[in-house]
Design a protein around this ligand. Structure first.
Ligand code: FAD
Length: 504
């Protein structure tokens, strides 16, 4: 017999807490609490506050907004956001060199695999045009242009994709309004004690006010504190610092001094890298570094030397540990967001993993029994997604040719995760990549970063030899020329924002 959940408590009101509340509310809560609906309560402590970073997203974030029925333009306006076409990586392969990791596909109007092989053949023959010369997102970013690609169907940029840069505080505020309007109850309070049932599952949480809040199911969104999943239920952490040694960030915000570029910038520094995320009126920036090589003071000085606008927020040090929890879901408690694990933010994947955590919860939604088979599948699936992202992030570091600091020498000589080694050995033959179910990063992503980091397959597919190379090459070059001319006529990102979603 099904024993439906009657009450869910979410602990934490950062991006994860409010994403979880919104997705649950969208599925099940009703403002009038009809008998069939589950009661959802979110507890957050403004005294503790949120981590305050996490402002660059990837395209699937937009799918979440669509699924919630949120108007994208309205959301961008409220969160003072801007549009992102990819990430520019500076100084990663060598100092002074840059590459772009774009969203969307790269096809030059051909079948994607055939295009890539034809391009590879041309590269092997010494032609100078790069893979990114055919990427709509890259060309738009190069010219600082933006327009919604879905409104440019049948144009040379229709295969572009985009994501958003957002103010994290305003995201939580927006989603709070969304969730509260759908029946989620917010309680201000600090959880000071967690009461367990005889079977070890969580029965209730006790607030500093003395109030006890009971539920059948708990969502731990308490951030790095991992109050329920770790401190109470003892779920252990799979530490990946030996693959990704950055373990601290120092974050700040500065006034915007020039145009809003439609991309995130990740600039490699001596002991890590510096992010730069442009919003409508300010820039979020920070230095992600490895504390075994660099002190907080040194990191602060490095960050300050890059700031070109008035500092709006006192720089704040955020310690973290790259890894994932062995049991993201344990008994009647699931951890979402930073409480479940964290991979350093180089490809802006954490909010995505928050959404994935909720998507898989809804696919495996339990009743009061919380069947262990659901929990096992959930944990296995989420860990695969974390591993995929971990490998992709390691790729950005391990192919460096930099040897100018102990940090980069370590990266250059690091031992790869076996799964990444296998992927790269395969890729280096003729550009093949393993198939993955529901993969976040597709062949275009791996190829863009591998090429940017100087890793080119040794050969191209012999099947290409059977095809008309000269006419394919002409088609590719015509495409690049047409696209370049087309993009130059698009509005700048600032113009697009002014016309459509300005917050001011
Ligand atoms: P938090 O924001 O820390 O929220 C925790 C919540 O729990 C708060 O509301 C707090 O008050 C509450 N809480 C804690 N303890 C208690 C208690 N005892 N009682 C009551 N409430 C409690 N992600 C991206 O997708 N893109 C990025 O560009 C990106 N950049 C990042 C850069 C850095 C340096 C770091 C560290 C992370 C970055 N992330 C990024 C990750 C992103 O910040 C998080 O995924 C996101 O903010 C969600 O955080 P959270 O809600 O899990 O935790």
């Amino acid at each position: 017999m099904i024993k439906p959940l009657e009450k869910i408590v979410i602990v934490g009101g950062g991006t994860a807490g409010w994403v979880a509340a919104s997705m649950l509310a969208n599925h099940m809560a009703k403002p009038d609490y009809s008998p069939s609906s589950v009661k959802i309560e979110l507890i957050e402590s403004s005294e503790i506050g949120t981590v305050g970073v996490g402002e660059s997203t990837i395209p699937p974030f937009l799918e979440m907004l669509t699924n919630l029925g949120i108007n994208q333009q309205d959301f961008v306006k409220y969160t003072q956001g801007s549009f992102k076409l990819g990430i520019q990586f500076d100084n990663w392969l060598r100092k002074g060199e840059s590459y772009f990791h774009p969203f969307g596909t790269i096809t030059a109007g051909m079948n994607e695999q055939i295009f890539f092989q034809m391009w590879l053949k041309s590269a092997h023959q010494g032609d100078k045009f790069g893979l990114q010369d055919f990427s709509p997102c890259n060309i738009m970013a190069k010219h600082r242009r933006f327009y919604l690609p879905q409104l440019l169907e049948n144009s040379p940029v229709s295969e572009a994709r985009y994501a958003l840069h957002l103010d994290a505080k305003l995201v939580a505020e927006y989603l709070r309004q969304y969730a509260e309007a759908r029946g989620v109850v917010r309680t201000e309070g600090k959880v000071v004690e967690v009461i367990q049932r005889d079977d070890g599952a969580i029965a209730s949480v006790v607030l500093a006010s003395g109030e006890t809040v009971a539920a059948d199911f708990f969502v731990d969104c308490s951030g790095f504190r991992a109050l329920l999943i770790e401190k109470t239920l003892g779920s252990t952490y799979r530490d990946w610092t030996h693959y990704l040694p950055c373990d601290r960030a120092i974050a700040t915000q500065i006034e915007k001094v020039d145009e809003t570029v439609p991309f995130t910038r990740a600039t490699a520094a001596d002991y890590g890298w510096i992010w730069r995320i442009p919003l409508q009126r300010r820039i979020g920036t920070g230095y992600v570094y490895a504390s075994q090589y660099c002190s907080d003071d040194e990191a602060l000085n490095t960050l300050k030397s890059t700031l070109d606008g008035k500092i709006l927020l006192e720089p704040k040090v955020i310690p973290f540990r790259t890894g994932v929890r062995d049991e993201i879901w344990k008994k009647n408690c699931i951890s979402i967001g930073l409480a479940s694990g964290f991979i350093e933010p180089l490809e802006s994947t954490a909010i995505h993993l928050t959404v994935r955590g909720m998507v898989h919860l809804l696919r495996n939604f339990p009743d009061k029994d919380c069947d262990p088979a659901l929990i096992n599948q959930y944990n296995r699936r989420m860990i695969v997604e974390y591993e995929e992202i971990r490998d992709f992030i390691v790729l950005h570091y391990c192919m460096t040719e930099r040897e100018d600091t102990a940090f980069w020498r370590w990266c250059k000589n690091m031992e790869l995760p076996p799964s990444l080694k296998e992927t790269m050995d395969y890729y280096k033959v003729q550009g093949g990549l393993p198939d993955m179910i529901d993969a976040l990063f597709h062949s275009v992503n791996w190829r863009s970063v591998a090429e940017g980091m100087g890793v080119r397959p040794r050969k191209y597919s012999p099947l290409i030899e059977e095809m008309d190379y000269e006419s394919a090459k002409k088609k590719m070059l015509d495409y690049a020329e047409t696209m370049e001319a087309y993009v130059k006529k698009l509005p700048s990102q600032d113009q697009f924002i002014r016309d459509n979603c300005s917050a001011y």
